[in-house]
Each structure stands twice: as structure tokens, then as C-alpha cells.
Design a protein around this ligand. Structure first.
Ligand code: ATP
Ligand code: MG
Length: 241
């Protein structure tokens, strides 16, 4: 399988006065095309820092990142923006919806900033996919938390990304709603989308093909869960990196 994400020796150092904070410390991570990966770890372990670097929202202090075979270090800002826009959809814990726009308009919004106007025809398809066909004209305040997150997922899908990066997408949702959001992620994954999802919910994290554990900016464990899901006959491997 080809690597959608191939990151080596990723290090992210934040400076606070004289103090250096290693948010990421020599992280190697590879995500294959069509894979569903979850990332868990304690507060402050570097999960958001990792997603931000993988999604080119932030640049690493050191290390290399290839996205769909393209080396990102050294790319100019405008090329990085294009690479991000064409390949990656983001989902966050706070849904970041525009309160005065309907569900449909929120999902359409990224099209304003892309050249993929043809995708306007996809909006109804996406509304169905995220199960909001009958909520499309509602404003965010007229929607439940789970529905708002579905709008945010729809918005992440409108540019036909190859990868979705989600940072605690169920952090504001109750357990039943969280489960349904993960069901949607699995469905999207079955459609071929590559997913990297950060979560504090171990039960949900274990629905992925692979689960990475971060601690103090380092990957301390990678569990292969594919056989648990019955997707192939690999044995569960516990690999301490
Ligand atoms: N802009 C910043 N400046 C300085 N330090 C930062 C900055 N952003 C993050 N950090 C530090 O980097 C480390 C990793 O932070 P990060 O937000 O990635 O953790 P996290 O695993 O996402 O935590 P949480 O579970 O609370 O979301 C922490 O020690 C944090 O304090
Ligand atoms: Mg975080």
C-alpha cells in the first residue's frame, strides 16, 4: 500500500522564554492510503502538535514530512496552502461553524477558497452521506452537537480530500453521539478515505486499524488492530517503539 503520510524524525520545539518545550520529539509515523489511524495519549503529550504538523498547519522544527509522495519541507507557503487544501480536511472538537449560515452553507464554505466549483453538485451527496439531508436549511443553533459535528465533517469533505485529520472530534459529545460519529468515520473509511483521529476515548480509538500512543512528544506504542476488526488475519501486534 502506498504511504499517504510518511513522516520521519518530526520534532517540534516551542520556546517559552528560555525554556524549550519538545511538543514532538523524533516522531516517525506512516499512514497508508485508506488506513484509519487513531492517536491517544495524556494531556499535553503532543497529539495536537502532531496533527497540526501532519496537516501543514504548522511546520516542524526538524524532520521530514511527505504527503502523497511530496516532500513538504522547503515548500513555499502558497504551495503548502494548495497541498493542504487539495489533500486534507480538518475536523476539530469545537465545530467552528459560522452561526449565521445554514448547514448547507457551512458545508459549501470552503468552495469559496478553492477552484473546485464543480463540487457544488456534490453538496446534496455530502448532506446525505453525513445524514443531514433533512437538516440542510437549519442554522447551527438549531442543531444538536452531533449534527453540528456532522456539518463540520461535511465541510471537511467538500473539497474531496484524501485525508481527514480530526482532533478530539467527539470531545464535546455524549457517548452515544460519539459512537455515531465514529460509525460515520468508519463509513467514510470504507469509501476509501484515510483518517487520522485523536481521541481520549479508548473504546473508540480501538475501532481504528492502528492505534498510536503518544507520551511526552514521543510515540511509545503502536497497536495493530486490523484483525480485531476482522479486516484481515494479521495477529494483534504490540510494538514498542
Ligand atoms: N504555542 C505553544 N507554545 C508553547 N508551548 C506549546 C504551544 N502549543 C503546545 N505547547 C506545549 O506542547 C506540548 C504538547 O501540546 P499539545 O497541545 O500538542 O498536547 P495534546 O496532547 O494535544 O494535549 P490535550 O490532550 O490537552 O489536547 C504541551 O506541553 C504544550 O504545553
Ligand atoms: Mg490537543
Amino acid at each position: 500500500m502506498s504511504e499517504t503520510i510518511d513522516a520521519k524524525n518530526l520534532t517540534k520545539i516551542y520556546r517559552r522564554g528560555r525554556e524549550e518545550i519538545y511538543a514532538l520529539n523524533d516522531v516517525d509515523i506512516r499512514v497508508s492510503n485508506g488506513e484509519f489511524v487513531s492517536i491517544i495519549g495524556p494531556y499535553g503529550s503532543g497529539k495536537t502538535a502532531l496533527l497540526n504538523v501532519l496537516g501543514c498547519l504548522d511546520t516542524p522544527t526538524r524532520g521530514s514530512l511527505r504527503l502523497n509522495g511530496i516532500e513538504t519541507s522547503g515548500l513555499k507557503e502558497k504551495d503548502l496552502v494548495r497541498l493542504r487544501r487539495d489533500n486534507i480536511g480538518f475536523v476539530f472538537q469545537q465545530f467552528y461553524l459560522i452561526p449565521t449560515l445554514t448547514a448547507r452553507e457551512n458545508i459549501e464554505l470552503p468552495l469559496l477558497f478553492s477552484r473546485k466549483n464543480g463540487n457544488r453538485s456534490r453538496i446534496d451527496e455530502i448532506l446525505e452521506l453525513v445524514d443531514l439531508g433533512n437538516r440542510s436549511e437549519h442554522l447551527p443553533r438549531q442543531l444538536s452537537g452531533g449534527e453540528m459535528q456532522r456539518v463540520a465533517i461535511g465541510r471537511a469533505l467538500i473539497n474531496d480530500p484524501k485525508i481527514i485529520l480530526a482532533d478530539e472530534p467527539t470531545g464535546n459529545l455524549d457517548s452515544g453521539t460519539s459512537k455515531k460519529i465514529f460509525d460515520l468515520f468508519r463509513e467514510l473509511n470504507n469509501h476509501g478515505l484515510t483518517l487520522v483521529v485523536v481521541t481520549h476515548n479508548l473504546e473508540l480509538a480501538r475501532q481504528a486499524h492502528k492505534m498510536y500512543t503518544l507520551r511526552d512528544g514521543q510515540i511509545v506504542r503502536c497497536e495493530d488492530l486490523a484483525c480485531v476488526l476482522g479486516r484481515n488475519d494479521l495477529k494483534v501486534q504490540l510494538e514498542v517503539v
